[in-house]
Design a protein around this ligand. Structure first.
Ligand code: ADP
Ligand code: MG
Length: 708
């Protein structure tokens, strides 16, 4: 099968799908029965890994990988850089006679020892204590990936320090899944469910991204180094025609998407939905949901594959939250629910939600969790790029509220009044007025695009994640805070003589205490800002303040109590996040200065020189020189201003660099450096709109957004 041609894709999809994954089917086929059963027990029931079977598994994996053309294996992990890390080792085991056999041992499968000193640790580990360990996460499948001519077996791993502290995004996520499982099963048992053995969090991560023609990016240092445009006057046309969202796919985009899907399907990523997004040049891809840690790995693979495939098609994929001012930024909608091993979705309301005790208890548990720990949740999406989205006139606001829709809000309000009496307002079918069109059964909730945390039928959609972020931290926290709610409820239910009555009382108490977090209206409106303030909901508008909220006692307590992150691990993460913020802004500011000083100012000087020549020539010829003279005046005035802004930014950057305390330094970058960059941009953009476009050194917004 030639997986590199587009021919007849439809016939080969089933063959292609998961072809490069050491999947359950492959394991069953290639592993001895007893080994397979033991491995499944670890994957499914969380029983401890039996080291004695590792050699057998490793050999089977290696044989399979060699058939796929692999020469190397790589522990694949997620250090706190936001992206993934890999170090490749060849399977070779040379013999004395100068030949080699290909080997891979159980020890190599289970444990790796990358030098950890160059990964962020937030002070958890001094540089001289270089040792770090990677540990195989057998719950996420191993796969083969080809990068250019290099093919390797990728082994999803956790990553920790010599002393066992988590240095990655995956470890806390796996810990949180166990905690959620434990507490959710307790609640299910207490409510009379005797069949479900396990509860897992499920995740479907919708991924937004931009595609820009590679030739433009090559001429934009800002896009290359920072992923966003630091300069650029608005395009005469933006997104106001609303013709991009769900618009027709252009050929070039269609081919890109076909290639992308093919690569993802081979890796077992269930890429399902694709469409044009709101901003010109913006698109979205969404998979079918999966178990949260596997789906998190899929999302990392999706982001990496997007970038690779884009380059092959002459594009650059921008995953930044705000690549272009003036048009929408990109997010990652985190669809989350809880499912049992026997197929029950705990957030499925069914036809009679008011009588569905499991649903009501779980719904209330989530609402209480979000209401109590909204600052913690907000902190999981605190990244420099996300500051341009959250609370900045764009989806969604920085205030964490919950959208329930008409019917569920009705039930929740009844609960707050003491009891859930009825289904809430009836949901009628939709009749479109032409009998040839089908009657549409109406969904239980409308969509509310402005809500940061929306119930969408049988799951919650957390919409605050930035497009470039790993979903790991958000879901670690979500799992944990919901587990904490469920723990409280389980404690009460297990003690109760009348479980149904206690469950009702618990829901009523939550509805009363936390109705303040429910909001079904327009999250972008100024009224909501005022109303939320009245309700006492936090509105943390920037990344730095939000990161610092992680230091608040209750946030550290809940994570430590459930063993997700120790206080030391959490505090190291705060430092890493602040440090990341500072470094991001530092790179942006330096890029901004570089472009202003070496590209924009020289262009304006040359342009002014040309115009000045014209002014002189016109004068010598005795002609009127009104236009040329006024253009010269404008250009030189703006250039002077730009020069001053550049000097001011240099000064601010220097004093920010001198600040030694991390928290203070982050604040100086936020309050001083960012505004300094904005001033430089303002002057430069004003110049762009008067300087001869054939001289301007940077591709324009119109070109970058509309050329495809
Ligand atoms: P929309 O744009 O309406 O939000 P999409 O189809 O783009 O819808 O995305 C919805 C996402 O939610 C998909 O990834 C889907 O698989 C996921 N999803 C559906 N049900 C669940 C569930 N029970 N748990 C987690 N994710 C889910
Ligand atoms: Mg969505």
């Amino acid at each position: 099968m030639d997986t590199n041609s587009y021919d007849d894709l439809k016939n080969i999809v089933p063959e292609l799908y998961g072809a490069d994954v050491f999947s359950d089917a492959v394991m069953r086929e290639r592993l001895p029965k007893s080994v397979y059963r033991k491995l499944r027990a670890t994957i499914e029931d969380g029983t401890a890994m039996d080291a004695s079977i590792a050699d057998v598994i490793a050999t089977a994996m290696k044989d399979w990988a060699l058939e796929k053309g692999a020469t190397h294996f790589s522990h694949w992990f997620q250090p706190m850089t936001g992206s993934t890390a890999e170090k490749h080792d060849a399977f070779i085991a040379p013999r004395n006679d100068g030949t080699t056999i290909m080997e891979f041992s159980g020890k190599e499968l289970i444990k790796g020892e990358p030098d950890a000193s160059s990964f962020p640790s937030g002070g958890l580990r001094a540089t001289f204590e270089a040792r770090g360990y990677t540990a195989w996460d057998c719950t996420s499948p191993v796969f083969v990936k080809k990068d250019g001519e290099n093919t390797a077996l990728f082994i999803p791993c956790a990553f920790c320090s010599y002393t066992g502290e988590a240095l990655d995004a995956k470890t806390p996520l796996l810990r949180s899944m166990e905690v959620l499982n434990r507490q959710a099963v307790r609640v299910l048992r207490a409510l009379g469910n005797t069949t479900s053995k396990r509860v897992t969090a499920t995740l479907g991560a919708e991924q937004e991204y931009f595609l820009v023609d590679r030739r433009f990016v090559e001429r934009r240092l800002d896009l290359m180094l920072t992923g966003r445009s630091l300069f650029g006057a608005p395009s005469p046309k933006g997104q106001e025609m609303e013709d991009q969202y769900f618009g027709t796919l252009h050929d070039r985009i269609g081919s890109f998407m076909a290639d992308l899907n093919k690569q993802l399907w081979k890796l077992g990523v269930s890429a399902k939905t694709q469409h044009n997004e709101v901003a010109p040049g913006q698109y979205e891809i969404a998979p079918i949901f999966g178990t949260v840690n596997v789906a998190t790995d899929w999302n990392q693979l999706t982001m990496e594959t997007l970038e690779d495939v884009a380059l092959r098609h002459g594009f650059v994929c921008l995953l930044h939250e705000k690549p272009f001012a003036g048009v929408n930024g990109s997010g990652k909608h985190n669809n989350w629910s809880m499912a049992t091993d026997d197929g029950l979705n705990l957030l499925e309301p069914g036809l009679m939600p008011h009588e569905n005790m499991v649903f009501l208890v779980c719904l209330c548990a989530v609402i209480q969790a979000v209401s109590r720990y909204s600052k913690l949740l907000r902190a999981t999406v605190a990244t420099p790029g996300n500051d341009y989205r959250l609370g900045a006139n764009e989806a969604p606001p920085a205030i964490v509220s919950v959208f329930l829709g008409e019917q569920l809000s009705g039930i929740f309000e009844q609960l707050a009044g003491g009891e859930a009496k009825g289904r809430g307002p009836d949901i009628k079918d939709i009749f479109l007025g032409a009998s040839t069109l089908p009657k549409l059964p109406k969904d239980m909730t409308d969509r509310n695009r402005t809500s940061p945390f929306a119930f969408t039928g049988n799951k919650f959609e957390f919409r605050m994640l930035g497009s470039s972020q790993s979903p790991a931290m958000a879901n670690s926290v979500l799992n944990t805070i919901v587990a904490e709610s469920l723990r409280e409820m389980a404690d009460a239910l297990e003690k109760s003589r009348d479980v149904a009555a206690t469950a009702r009382e618990l829901c009523v108490a939550i509805a009363k205490a936390h109705r303040k977090v429910i909001f079904n209206g327009n999250g972008y409106s100024a009224e909501w800002q005022r109303e939320a303030a009245k309700r006492g909901l936090p509105n943390i508008k920037n990344c730095v303040d939000s990161i610092l909220a992680l230091r608040e006692k209750e946030n550290g307590d809940v994570l430590a109590k459930h063993g997700i992150l120790s206080k030391a691990e959490l505090h190291s993460r705060v430092d890493i996040m602040l440090d990341h913020y500072i470094k991001t802004l530092n790179i942006e500011a330096r890029t901004c200065l570089h472009m202003a000083k070496r590209q924009i100012i020289p262009t304006v000087v040359a342009f002014s020189g040309q115009v000045a020549g014209v002014v002189l020539a016109l004068k010598a010829a005795g002609a009127k020189n009104g236009v040329a003279a006024s253009l010269l005046k404008k250009a030189t005035a703006l250039a002077d201003k730009l020069d001053k802004d550049v000097a001011a930014l240099e000064q601010k950057l220097e004093s920010a660099g001198g600040e030694e305390n991390l928290e203070k330094q982050a604040k100086v970058f936020r309050d001083q450096v960012l505004s300094g960059m904005n001033a430089v941009r303002e002057s430069a953009d004003a110049l762009e709109s008067i300087v001869d476009s054939s001289l301007w050194p940077l591709p324009s917004y119109a070109e970058m957004l509309f050329y495809r």
